[in-house]
Design a protein around this ligand. Structure first.
Ligand code: NAD
Length: 353
């Protein structure tokens, strides 16, 4: 797959972007150019062995800067762009929305403009193959009640500065296809989890706190529901969408794994108890309920029928198998997350995903 093709991955030092790059280098013949500004969320340690791979290049670059982005397009002449660079943490967007507007909206606009210029410069055979894949979130659809699912037809109703900025970027991508013909694809996925997840996010946060026997803070009554997607299943879905997706289409990607936040935290406690029991008793007693965050969406759930039926993708991991792998990974990779904790990062609120 992708043999000889050059793929730009923006945000490739982030959680999902690094999973995409590990997948592309391991399972395909693509040449990968990682374009990342290296914000607090980035970590090049999430790409072990990449720098020794002749099919990998790294460019430290902000996607909002048009001129240097143009130079990169001219230097590498990519066959595809997988756009994952973003400010991604909802809690941070509440306390400081400006950076979200800049990267997620203006950054996507800049990237679209430079991709368009590049695409127009390609010879017909190559321009026919070019794709721009924009990676987005199910949070653009707002919140669900107790039943129903987000489909590709669901109307946008974003509630947080983060989801509003992502919704804006999705609309820009759509418009660049409709107006200029840029061959785009959009994916909207549910909450990812898995190895190399930044410690401020719900699952790694609870694993690390639970290991240390510290308090496990859960927002509200813990009944908010998320549809969990194992990050490696997501990476596979993205490369399939890039390879086989229909131009101009949107695909929802979800793991059919709806779980309440409380269930997630209790499951982590139970897995940790099995793997490393504490002498002072089961970890569920560490759970405490804290004041809910403003605009906290009640439930997200994805209907993934389209990508499953049209592209033949299906999540391999159940929540139970993926969580077991994830807890095991954090136990085996303490150096990876300890380095982040030691470096320190400004935690705006508690890390509840
Ligand atoms: P992340 O925060 O882990 O990584 C984002 C990466 O983008 C970082 O490496 C960062 O340095 C880089 N970046 C940020 N601003 C940049 C800029 N201006 N120029 C260049 N690079 C920049 O995010 P993630 O969880 O890997 O998410 C990747 C994408 O997937 C995002 O677009 C996000 O909205 C989307 N998404 C994530 C989830 C999830 O559960 N993590 C769910 C749905 C959608």
């Amino acid at each position: 797959r992708f043999s000889g093709a050059t793929i730009f991955v923006t945000g490739g030092a982030g959680f999902i972007g690094s999973a995409v790059i590990r997948h592309l280098l391991r399972d395909t013949g693509a040449r990968v150019v990682n374009i990342d500004k290296l914000t607090y969320a980035a970590n090049l340690d999430s790409l072990p062995g990449a720098t020794e791979n002749s099919r990998y290049a790294f460019e430290r670059q902000c996607i909002c800067e048009a001129e240097p982005m143009r130079v990169l397009f001219e230097k590498y002449r990519p066959d595809a762009v997988m756009h994952l660079a973003a400010e991604s943490h909802v809690d941070r967007s509440i306390d400081g929305p400006a950076e979200f507007i800049k990267t997620n909206i203006l950054g996507t606009f800049t990237l679209l403009q430079e991709a368009l210029r590049h695409w127009r410069s390609l010879a017909p055979e190559r321009s026919a193959r070019f794709r721009f894949l924009h990676v987005s979130t199910d949070e653009v659809f707002g919140s669900l009640g107790v039943d129903g699912y987000f489909s590709e037809q669901t109307a946008y109703a974003p509630n947080s500065p983060y989801s509003a900025s992502k919704a804006s970027s999705d609309h820009l991508v759509r418009a660049w296809h409709e107006t200029y013909g840029l061959p785009t694809l959009v994916t909207n996925c549910s909450n990812n989890y898995g190895p190399y997840h930044f410690p401020e996010k719900l699952i790694p946060h609870m694993i690390i706190k639970g290991l240390a026997g510290e308090t496990l803070p859960v927002y509200g009554d813990g009944q908010n529901v998320r549809d969990w997607l194992f990050v490696e299943d997501h990476a596979e879905a993205l490369s399939l969408a890039l390879e086989q997706g229909r131009i101009g289409e949107t695909y929802n990607v979800g793991g059919r794994n709806e779980r309440s936040n409380l269930h997630v935290v209790e499951s982590i406690c139970d897995l940790l108890d099995q793997m490393i029991p504490r002498s002072d008793g089961p970890r569920r007693r560490l759970i405490t309920f804290v004041k809910d965050r403003p605009g906290h969406d009640q439930r997200y759930a994805i209907d993934a029928t389209k990508i499953e039926s049209q592209l033949g993708w299906k999540a391999r991991e159940t929540f139970e198998s993926g969580l077991t792998k994830t807890v095991g990974w954090y136990l085996e990779h303490r150096a990876w997350w300890n380095a982040i904790l030691e470096r320190g990062y400004k935690q705006e609120r508690i890390g509840l995903g």
